[in-house]
Design a protein around this ligand. Structure first.
Ligand code: ZN
Ligand code: ZN
Length: 176
């Protein structure tokens, strides 16, 4: 998700621009990704770089935290970050800047890459324990069977009270 901003960076401080965002898929980490990223970003020329205000909606692809089934849910990604160029946009000389260390940077080709910021904010807006459905029964701790598909051999139906207890315990653990 890279945009050339060499022209934008040559404008006076206070100039505003906008970008339209469309990205088919963005990998978040080993087992999550966002698809169909759609939104827009407004860019404001600051004295140091570009202040990016981004709003996007996407489909998060991950796994259920209980049964590990793949799931997809809508998320919104909003952020405001200042991106600072590592080179002077006019002379092309490298800017020795301590300020840039903690912020997102615009690379030496004056390309604004929103991918990493999007990735970080998408991870932050991800629910901590996504579920495939609110009452997901999860996996059997003993044999690993998916209990959404029915009881497994180690949990006979007759052990009603024990199942109820186990369910309570699971609830307690989640509350913490
Ligand atoms: Zn599940
Ligand atoms: Zn089992």
């Amino acid at each position: 998700m890279r945009f050339r901003v060499s022209q934008e960076l040559r404008q006076p401080v206070g100039t505003e621009f906008s970008l339209e965002l469309r990205e088919r898929s963005l990998l978040l980490d080993d087992d999550a990704a966002v698809n169909n990223v759609q939104g827009d970003a407004s860019l404001l020329r600051t004295d140091r770089g570009l202040l990016v205000t981004l709003r996007a909606a996407a489909r998060l692809k991950g796994a259920c935290s209980r049964c590990l089934a793949p799931l997809e849910l809508p998320i919104e990604i909003d952020f405001q970050e200042e991106f600072i160029p590592v080179v002077d946009p006019l002379s092309g000389t490298r800017i020795a800047s301590d300020e840039a260390e903690d912020s997102f940077v615009i690379d030496a080709d004056l390309m604004l890459d929103l991918g990493e910021a999007l990735r970080q904010y998408a991870l932050m807006s991800m629910p901590g324990k996504p579920l495939c459905r609110p009452d997901c029964a999860g996996l059997c701790a003993n044999c690993g069977a998916n209990l959404n598909e029915g009881p497994c051999a180690c949990q006979p139906q007759s052990e009603g009270p024990w199942r109820a207890l186990a369910a309570l315990k699971t609830k307690d653990e989640e509350g913490s």
